[in-house]
Design a protein around this ligand. Structure first.
Ligand code: ADP
Ligand code: MG
Length: 415
């Protein structure tokens, strides 16, 4: 089965029809300020196309991980305010998901108007493990498109960041309404296919970020596929520990050491080379203003901070070595910041890798940045989206795709 596309829906005509769109508006917030509006911007084209074609658009989205009930700090309000600023059409936010406000406002929608439902995860059925509960919510969501008019309703999945979830607004809804693949999801899948099926070589993968266990499955699947795996970020310390080095008070997932050791042993025979840091920026404490020194990767505890030292970035030699590997690549996938880039003193490694990817893009390589924090990092460090081949909006989803897992949201659409 091949999935129906947004263009097919637009060709069918949407004027006067209610169209439910699952978008990814899961933006990072500082209080009620959107610190990176990348996902809002990325969601805008599909919503705009539908609105401009006269559809009555109902957007479903989640933000953070509320516990199945309304919580002010997880309101979509800041994301919706940003959407309204960027949009050329009226946008309203319902007070609830499928309650009286959502029902009333959807019924009132005019052609070309947009309603965003409150955080779908305010309804516990969205993420329920019980099929009947999710299906129940999906039916109520579908009903917002007009009960008598139901065959005229439609569903568009444009939330790549959620396709790996078997949730009501992503999975169950697709078996109720005629369903279509949004352009964002289509573009993501196209790029990820190029990374998994016959990527142009050399193929270099750069991994960082804070949790090794999150990324181990993808490493497992990339051994034998990627030519080089460069490891930075918080996960590098588990790799150094696996090689027998001491890592002071750095982030360490001790229980993952045997798994990492097995990967290191397997890689060479499979034709994949791990490139591990040779130097690290070690800080006295986890703070923006911490004192810091560059240490050799095998002597992290030999700085003035002793065992208390915490590695918060890759060192300058490592950053240069990583940049050189990236410069020689035809395909680069990067997930996870190289250091605690949120603190300017520890952002150099991440910046160097971002610059190397930007240069590789300019030289004709396919470069892909995946992961919410990585995408936020390149933007806060002053890079433009156009300096990369593709910035994935889905962190977990793109990793699961690269792991070779089946993604429920894509399966439901026949993609
Ligand atoms: P992404 O969202 O791109 O997949 P992650 O969520 O895995 O990335 O990790 C991002 C976080 O990793 C950042 O907030 C960054 O501060 C943190 N990080 C990077 N390097 C380190 C380190 N050496 N120690 C602790 N945290 C780190
Ligand atoms: Mg993250």
């Amino acid at each position: 089965m091949t999935a129906h596309t947004l263009d097919e829906l637009l060709a069918d005509g949407v004027r006067g029809r209610h169209v439910l769109v699952r978008s990814d508006l899961n933006v990072p917030l500082d209080g009620s300020t959107v610190t990176d509006d990348g996902r809002v911007r990325a969601s805008l084209p599909v919503i705009s196309k539908l609105a401009e074609a006269g559809a009555r658009v109902i957007v479903m989205a989640h933000l953070g991980r509320p516990k199945g009930m309304p919580e002010e700090k997880y309101s979509l309000r800041p994301a919706v305010d940003r959407l309204a600023e960027l949009a050329s059409f009226p946008v309203r936010l319902a007070d609830d998901v499928v309650g009286p406000s959502a029902r009333e406002l959807s019924a009132e929608l005019g052609d070309g108007e947009v309603l965003v439902l409150e955080n779908v995860r305010f309804d516990a059925r969205e993420t329920s493990k019980i099929d009947a509960e999710r299906e129940d919510l999906a039916r109520e969501l579908a009903a917002l498109t007009g009960a008598d008019d139901a065959p005229r309703g439609a569903y568009v999945d444009d939330a790549f960041g959620a396709v790996h979830r078997k949730h009501a607004s992503v999975y169950d809804i697709a078996s109720i309404l005629p369903s279509y693949l949004g352009e964002l999801v289509r573009a993501e899948v196209e790029v990820l296919k190029r990374l998994t099926e016959g990527a142009e070589r050399p193929y270099v993968v750069v991994l960082g970020g804070s949790k090794v266990s999150d990324k181990l499955a993808v490493i497992d699947n990339l051994i034998g596929k990627a030519d080089r795996l460069l490891v930075g970020g918080g996960m590098l310390f588990t790799f150094l520990a696996a090689q027998g080095h001491k890592v002071g008070s750095s982030l360490l997932e001790r229980d993952q050491i045997p798994t990492v050791q097995a990967y290191l042993e397997r890689a060479t025979a499979a034709g994949t080379e791990f490139v591990l840091p040779t130097d690290v920026v070690v800080a006295s404490k986890f703070a923006a203003d911490a004192e810091h020194e560059v240490a050799s990767a095998d002597a992290i505890e030999e700085t003035g901070f002793g065992e208390a030292g915490i590695g918060l970035d890759i060192g300058p030699d490592t950053a240069a070595a990583f940049a050189k590997e990236i410069a020689g690549a035809k395909t680069v996938f990067w997930n996870g910041p190289m250091g605690v880039f949120e603190f300017p003193a520890f952002a150099a490694g991440t910046k160097a890798v971002a610059q190397a990817l930007a240069d590789a893009t300019a030289a004709g390589a396919l470069t892909v940045v995946g992961g919410g924090d990585s995408a936020a990092a390149v933007r806060t460090l002053g890079f433009a989206d156009s300096q990369f081949g593709h910035i994935s909006t889905g962190g977990g989803a793109s990793l699961e795709y690269l792991e070779g897992k089946e993604l429920p949201g894509l399966t439901a659409l026949g993609a």
